[in-house]
Design a binder for this molecule. Structure first.
Ligand code: GCW
Length: 849
């Protein structure tokens, strides 16, 4: 490629940006001087610097840039530097086709630099995908070198240099080498070919629609850019519950189009495959992995695919799990299954990711020795050493399934002669589904730092056992929504995953701070406030949804979202917490329980086996104890449950005030969207709090020593109000509505009303209306005081339920209401479709300020 071609390629790369930023700047918020951000550029905002920082970096950065090598990846690096420097410093780097005679930025692989610019004296070796940022002077000229071990390394170096500028770090006298911690830094997407995404909360698929690859793949390229900025180098593009059609010949050119869109960003594509394919797609009468025809079929089909996508990363395989077929059909092992596919990939350099998420979801719950947590280890540990060297066993962080807190999977220590990778869930399936702020980095850090005969990060990366490969896989499930994940704050989890995959030694605080600065700017108040909120958010969510290792007390056979304490019990899914009137928790001890704890190496097993040493946070995951058991923190289990639910709900409510303190410091678009999200969460948290606390109160019969549980001053149950048209309904599960009942307006289009005569002291009050917003229609509500309309709203949210339950329960807060004794508080509900304008209660809170 000559210089002109290269130049025009870069223009194409950055052209997209110029158009979109023109649109962006058109909606400049003049009064605040803050741009409205859609979130599409996530942490790559490159906001203009000012003051001394601007002066400093303008001086530190040369005007010219040249690159050795002309691959698409190097072109991306150049394009990104131009874009970033233009954004932050308002200067356009000059592209030089020839070796520059003036101070310059120079990009290239170390090998190219050694060969073409020996005068710089750069020598040595860098590990794969590593980079070296280096300031060099030669012949009176100063060079800022971005060297990579390969093209990808150059790209990562370019992003790192830009990040330094955005974070205010020095870029003079550079001499910094960075190498990724592990070779595998991958994303999995659970996208279906029809365009839906399993457990995706950010809109439709960026890859697929109506059974084929989308015509417009511009979001795929943008995604590649975001991933590359973190050093992520692979992405699987379809659900692990794989559609067999993907292995039919017509899909190969379509997959190739996605690979083309991601390749300039150094991201290799992989696909999920179905183990039954030789039979369903290949027309064989078997998919037995030991049958020669099956092996031949995998080899031939894989070769066809590699003809279309020569750099395909490999396949992901979910087999014998949740209804997917697998080797057990023929009495074969996961190793047999993995190896037959891996051997087809081997000649092409591909990897086979075999998911360790294999368990029986028809387990007998009556048998106290049964334990789903044992499954991964029981299935895979005996096969250690029997997997080919291009197989990677992909293991979820915990032994169950992405719950709010789990111990590290014992399988990490159970494979020493097999490649492995840790699977982390970025999409918040069990953690509020993009409706709650839950920053997952602290949770991931706990697992990665846990010592199991070496920290988990060393085991999964392959370092501990000198494996050829290993690493980190994040289930991201981004979608077409502008902000990718359904809300702005969840982007921190994608960012955090990528940063940890690159360097798991980074701290949660550092990652939160970096992300906030890059995403919301460097105003210290903004950085401190948002970082602090993010850093506490996992604990807060845990406090009101699943403490002491109970896991999430959610609807596990349904939407995985709202509260449903017993959903996990008396079924075969194995997420039991075994709470009854005497006590709570799963006994997983070796002494008296399922023996799960014995799967850990001795030191960890010892820690968990004993009630004396088992950490409180995992107590009920490991042990069954009476409610009166005293924790290390001095409280009884039952009182801890009560207290933490009050604390968690309070902290969630406080988010609103914390966020409001940033008004005017964050652009209006994101300010308003995040505020709405946090207000929603502040209303969901008390639903959880009351449900879990009431359930445990009823079960244990032990009162809250602080007298809060079951006692709600200012609360008026809707079923006790004067009802016109509304009828009283029982809510299932009972704990998800206050008093187990609600009122529902099933009378077609006619409005219903619930009214109450206020008899309290005159004054200012805040009114909260707790109602149910099902996704079956858009009911409307009106709030009247003494006939005067003081508020009206529509129940137009899209929560994942059609039922009146804990998922649909939400609230409207109306502050600043003057009430006098005898006033009528009246709520009118206008149903729509299946949404019956149901109401749980109102709360009247005195508000003298
Ligand atoms: O947690 C469960 C999810 C399923 C998912 C499965 C898995 C893709 O609820 O939606 O299926 O895990 O990881 O395979």
């Amino acid at each position: 490629m000559n210089a002109d071609e290269r130049g025009s390629k870069i223009e194409r790369l950055i052209g997209v940006h110029l158009c979109s930023s023109a649109a962006k700047y058109a909606v400049l918020l003049v009064t605040l001087g803050l741009h409205a951000e859609t979130g599409a550029n996530a942490w790559l905002l490159y906001q203009p610097l000012d003051g001394s920082a601007l002066q400093h970096y303008r001086q530190a950065l040369p005007a010219a840039m040249t690159a050795l090598g002309n691959s698409a990846v190097i072109a991306s690096a150049q394009g990104e530097l131009i874009r970033g420097v233009r954004g932050m410093l308002g200067r356009t780097l000059r592209m030089e086709a020839h070796w520059p005679a003036e101070d310059s930025l120079v990009l290239g692989t170390l090998a190219d630099l050694e060969r073409d610019a020996p005068q710089l004296g750069l020598a040595g070796r860098l590990p794969t995908d590593a980079f070296w940022l280096k300031s060099v002077s030669a012949g009176g000229v100063k060079y800022t070198i971005v060297a990579g071990s390969n093209d990808r390394g150059v790209l990562y170096g370019a992003f790192a240099l830009l990040r330094k500028i955005a974070l205010g770090e020095p870029i003079t006298n550079l001499d910094e080498k960075q190498a990724p911690y592990a070779p595998i830094r991958w994303i999995n997407q659970w996208d279906n070919l029809d365009g839906s995404i399993e457990r995706g909360y950010g809109g439709r698929s960026i890859f697929w629609e109506n059974g084929h690859v989308r015509d417009d793949l511009s979001r795929v390229a943008e995604y590649g850019r975001l991933l590359a900025s973190l050093g992520i180098n692979g992405c699987s593009i379809n659900n692990v519950n794989a559609d067999v059609r993907l292995l039919t010949p017509e899909y190969a050119p379509q997959i190739a189009r996605i690979a083309d869109a991601l390749r300039p960003w150094g991201v290799r594509v992989a696909i999920s495959v179905d183990f039954g394919s030789p039979k369903t797609v290949g027309g064989l009468d078997t998919f037995d992995p030991l049958d020669r025809r099956v092996a031949a079929w995998w080899a031939a089909r894989t070769s066809d695919l590699y003809r279309a996508v020569p750099d395909l990363g490999g396949f992901v395989l979910k087999a014998d799990s949740e209804g997917r077929v697998g080797p057990s059909t023929y009495g074969r092992t996961p190793a047999d299954a993995a190896n037959v596919v891996a051997r087809a990939l081997k000649p092409h350099g591909g990897l086979l990711f075999y998911r360790g998420f294999v368990y029986d979801h028809h387990a007998d719950w009556r048998n106290l020795k049964n334990d789903r947590a044992r499954a991964a280890y029981d299935n895979f540990h005996p096969l250690d050493g029997r997997f080919d060297d291009n197989v990677v066993v992909q293991i979820k962080n915990g032994p169950i399934d992405f719950q709010v807190r789990e111990p590290a999977s014992p399988l990490f220590a159970g494979l020493t002669q097999t490649n492995q990778a840790i699977e982390l869930q970025i999409t918040q399936e069990y953690l509020g589904q993009a409706r709650a702020m839950v920053f997952l980095v602290p949770m991931w850090k706990e697992t990665l730092d846990f010592d199991m005969g070496g920290p988990v990060r060393e085991l999964v990366s392959g370092r501990a056992n000198h494996r050829p490969t290993g690493g980190f896989i994040g289930v991201a499930n981004v979608g077409l929504d502008d902000n990718w994940l359904g809300n702005y704050l969840s982007q921190a989890n994608l960012y955090g995953f990528g940063r940890l995959a690159w360097n798991p030694d980074l701290g949660a605080r550092q990652i939160a701070g970096e992300w906030t600065r890059l995403t919301f700017g460097s105003d210290p108040k903004v950085v401190d406030t948002i970082s602090a909120m993010q850093l506490q958010s996992w604990r807060v969510y845990e406090d009101y949804t699943g403490v002491l290792g109970l896991q999430g007390l959610t609807d596990i056979t349904g939407n995985h979202y709202g509260v449903n304490v017993e959903a996990s019990e008396r079924n075969g899914w194995g997420q039991w917490h075994r709470a009854d009137e005497h006590g709570v928790g799963m006994d997983r001890t070796v002494a008296t329980g399922t023996g799960f704890i014995g799967q850990y190496p001795p030191a960890a097993a010892k820690l968990y086996e004993s009630l004396e040493t088992c950490p409180d946070d995992l107590l009920l995951f490991m042990h069954h104890v009476p409610y009166t058991h005293v924790l290390h923190d001095g409280k009884t289990v039952i009182q801890y449950i009560y207290d933490s639910h009050y604390e968690g709900a309070k902290a969630a409510e406080n988010y609103v005030g914390q966020w409001k303190s940033l008004r005017g410091r964050v652009d209006e678009q994101r300010y308003a969207a995040v505020l709405a999200q946090l207000e929603y969460q502040a209303g969901q948290a008390p639903v959880w709090r009351d449900a879990v606390n009431n359930w445990f109160f009823r079960e244990s019969g032990i009162a809250d020593e602080k007298g809060r549980v079951g006692y709600h001053p200012g609360r008026v149950e809707a079923e006790s109000m004067h009802l016109e048209g509304y009828t009283v309904v029982s809510v299932m599960p009972w704990e998800s509505a206050s008093g187990g009942e609600a009122v529902s307006c099933a009378s077609g289009a006619a409005p219903c009303a619930a009214s109450y005569r206020f008899e309290g002291a005159p004054g200012w009050y805040t009114l909260r209306v707790q109602y149910f917003d099902t996704n079956t229609g858009v009911a409307r509500f009106r709030l009247r005081i003494q006939g005067q309309l003081v508020d009206e709203w529509a129940a137009a949210d899209h929560v994942p339920t059609q039922k009146i339950d804990g998922s649909s329960s939400t609230r409207r807060t109306v502050a600043g209401i003057a009430l006098r004794p005898g006033d009528e508080i009246r709520i009118e509900g206008i149903p729509d479709g299946g949404d019956t304008a149901a109401i749980d209660y109102i709360e009247i809170e005195s508000n003298t300020n």
